[in-house]
Design a protein around this ligand. Structure first.
Ligand code: TNX
Length: 496
């Protein structure tokens, strides 16, 4: 059997140079060598060994050593100084020769991405959780790789239907596989508040007691959140927490009705409408509340961003929305974080350094976003008609929603982040994010069905050089991934 080639990688690498006729075989005596003195390289070595042991049954000892036989993970400050300028923190090189595999990177993240590539150039059976009797042959050659965009994300909604920390960790593993580096967690919405806030017990009492369709809901303790943040950080994934405001706040209002305007009471909501709730803009208690919430979330989050939503505040006039967002942004800055928000913030004076997440379809709101980007805002592209993975597929079962139309596998692949929104300067686009909204997602099975096979295409939009992205060339590479999902027990849609 021919071993999988470097050119088959997903996401496509910057450059691959096969060495015809050369192969290396992973065997029972293979050792993993990591740069002496680097705890990070050693940790990545152990991670690699744990990936490779179940299917191979080999011992794969990991040791700090300059030995270059077997598998070597080498921290090398000169990688990036050579013919690939600006490798940044995430680039790597990989050489496969008859004597072994050497991955070199200037930073640990690059070694980690090299490990993900090595995983994909091993035969698909490497994904098996139980021992397989296979020839673990790797094709020879060299690879020079680095990401196109600094921000490569997936947004998960644990508010509409609750998902446990263990389930979310499984998504983190998926992100790592495809070289994503951000996990955006939509923690609060009308149907549920999912994160504990000290001093505000009702948020996770009545505020977390239900979900879409009326199930029992749930919430994460702050320790749960810390565990997911640490698990993600070990895989070079930064968590971006979202507390949606001023709209999408019915659950908070059920818990603390004094955050509303008019002494109203609120009922738990289990439907799927959007845009009907809002914190009260003129109510000082709201800002004291947000100071507590954002302060605690910021303290729990090592990453630079706190996402404050800002979408679909349909009950507010533009002036009230702007007044609210001005104060909300200041609270984020006070707690030492950078503002991230849905692109509606574009029309409401984003602060310096704000990152706008563009989510609409058909380039709606492009001119506002373009004006904000020209004034210095950065943009993460998440156009609903391409990368909202809760949209139903074009063919097959009707799981998911269709407000932005259906999204075929091809449509999720074939779009260009740098030119998608007219008038947004190319260098304002800092990345790409897929989103899985939770209204119709009742189980991991539903979630994986909608995520796969569309997620790897989003990974290519985020990682691969523009000229490497070609639908016809992508299809066989994507097909190769399916054998891996079958072995790893991942559910995926069998149609377009
Ligand atoms: C729009 S995207 C929303 C969400 C929904 C989603 C469903 C965005 C910022 N708002 O509240 O869950 O559509 O696809």
């Amino acid at each position: 059997m021919t071993p999988p080639a470097f050119e088959g990688l997903v996401p496509a690498p910057l450059r691959a140079a096969p060495a015809p006729g050369v192969t290396w075989t992973l065997g029972p005596d293979t050792r993993i060598h990591t740069s002496p003195g680097s705890a990070e390289a050693a940790r990545i070595g152990r991670y690699l060994a744990e990936l490779l042991r179940p299917a191979t049954g080999f011992a794969l000892p990991v040791e700090e050593s300059d030995d270059r036989s077997g598998i070597a993970l080498v921290l090398d400050a000169t990688v990036g100084a050579g013919d690939v300028p600006g490798d940044g923190d995430e680039g790597y090189r990989m050489e496969v020769a008859a004597g072994g595999v050497v991955v070199r990177a200037s930073h640990a993240a690059g070694l980690f991405y090299g490990v993900q590539s090595l995983r994909q150039v091993l035969p698909a059976q490497i994904e098996s959780a139980t021992r397989v009797d296979a020839a673990w042959v790797v094709a020879g050659g060299s690879l020079t790789d680095k990401p196109r965009y600094a921000y490569r994300g997936l947004s998960l909604d644990i508010a509409r239907h609750f998902f446990t920390p263990e389930e979310v960790k499984r998504f983190v593993d998926d992100l790592a596989r495809y070289k994503f580096n951000h996990l955006h967690l939509h923690l609060t919405d009308d149907q549920g508040w999912r994160i504990a806030i000290d001093g505000r017990p009702k948020l996770t009492g009545v505020g977390a007691s239900t979900q879409v369709g009326g199930g029992k809901g749930g919430f994460w303790t702050q320790d749960d959140y810390r565990v997911v943040v640490a698990y993600a950080a070990d895989r070079f994934v930064t968590v971006v927490p979202e507390i949606d405001m001023p709209g999408h706040t019915n659950a908070a209002l059920v818990a603390y009705p004094e955050l509303g305007c008019d002494g109203k009471t609120y009922k738990p909501y289990t439907g799927t409408q959007v845009g009907f709730s809002s914190l009260c803009v003129e109510n000082e208690q709201v800002y004291a509340f947000l100071d507590e919430v954002v302060g605690q979330i910021a303290a729990l989050t090592p990453g630079p961003y706190v996402h404050i939503g800002g979408d679909e505040a349909h009950t507010l006039t533009p002036a009230r929305y702007k007044a609210f967002m001005a104060r909300a942004q200041k609270i984020v800055e006070k707690h030492g974080k950078q503002v991230m928000a849905w692109h509606q913030l574009a029309g409401a004076a984003p602060v310096d350094g704000a990152v706008l997440e563009y989510w609409n379809s058909s380039a709606q709101d492009a001119s506002e976003v373009a004006a904000a980007a020209k004034a210095g805002a950065k943009v993460v592209m998440a156009p609903a008609d391409h990368v909202y993975l809760d949209m139903a597929y074009a063919g097959g079962e009707k799981r998911g929603v269709t407000w932005a139309g259906t999204v075929s596998v091809k449509q999720s692949y074939q779009w260009e982040p740098s030119t998608h929104l007219k008038g947004v300067p190319e260098d304002a686009v800092v990345g790409v994010e897929a989103a899985l909204w939770g209204e119709t997602i009742r189980s991991m099975d539903d979630a994986e069905y909608l995520v796969y096979p569309r997620l790897p295409g989003v990974a290519e939009a985020a990682w691969s050089p523009r000229d490497a992205r070609d639908w016809d060339a992508y299809q066989p590479r994507l097909a190769n991934q399916k054998a891996r999902w079958d072995l790893a027990g991942v559910n995926y849609a069998r149609h377009d």
